[in-house]
Design a protein around this ligand. Structure first.
Ligand code: ZN
Length: 210
């Protein structure tokens, strides 16, 4: 290297040549809800732990779960005791919906967001991409599309994990979308091939740069 200036120029050029995705290093894995059925109740053991991980108020998450599971409950600051029996997967699905409504940035799919209030509107402000979106957008979309998605529809989804077969898994409008060949953490446009109960089988038609 002849001098510092030349080195910096070289670095700059190398950075420009990097594909946009090369700057993404950490992938978001939704935390797992731990629950236990006790008699007529269900106890969620890690509400405060999980709330800290997603950087949201535990009370907000509790309120959401009670409403979505249509039950009452008691939160002692640590455990949430729900009236009635609920399977872990059932609670996990509601929790992941919460992530899409209140945590994950709809623009870039990352969870590094803050809830801010502007006038009477709550916004999701993303530290990763800088975008601001009103909360409740995802929820609204889910409400109007529930039961209305059909074969051949095109969806835009965020791959939040892979299943045991290595297929990409996304949550959309209350459905679990299974997409062979999709990579963890990417945003893809997919075509719906088959719908079974709450599962959608889909194929990639376009990959999106994040
Ligand atoms: Zn973002």
């Amino acid at each position: 290297m002849q001098n510092d200036e030349e080195y910096l120029k070289l670095l700059e050029r190398a950075y420009i040549l990097l594909p946009e995705t090369a700057t993404i290093t950490v992938r978001f894995v939704p935390p797992k809800i731990k629950s236990q059925i006790q008699g007529k109740n269900t106890v969620i053991l890690n509400i405060s732990e999980v709330s800290k991980l997603i950087n949201r108020d535990a009370d907000l998450l509790v309120k959401y779960l009670l409403k979505e599971l249509a039950t009452s409950g008691m939160f002692d600051g640590n455990h949430l005791i729900l009236k009635g029996n609920f399977r872990q997967e059932q609670i996990q699905r509601k929790f992941e919906n919460f992530l899409y409504d209140y945590v994950i940035c709809p623009s870039c799919g990352k969870p590094d967001t803050k809830l801010i209030k502007e006038g009477r509107i709550f916004l999701l402000k993303c530290d990763a991409c800088g975008s601001r979106n009103p909360i409740g957008l995802a929820k609204f979309a889910r409400k109007i599309t529930e039961g209305k998605i059909k074969e051949g529809d095109i969806l835009k989804v965020y791959i939040s994990r892979l299943n045991e077969q290595g297929d990409g898994i996304a949550e959309h409008s209350g459905y679990t979308v299974i997409i062979p060949g999709a990579k963890d953490g990417e945003v893809v446009k997919v075509k719906v091939k088959k719908i079974e109960n709450n599962k959608i089988y889909a194929e990639i038609i376009e990959r999106q740069k994040v």
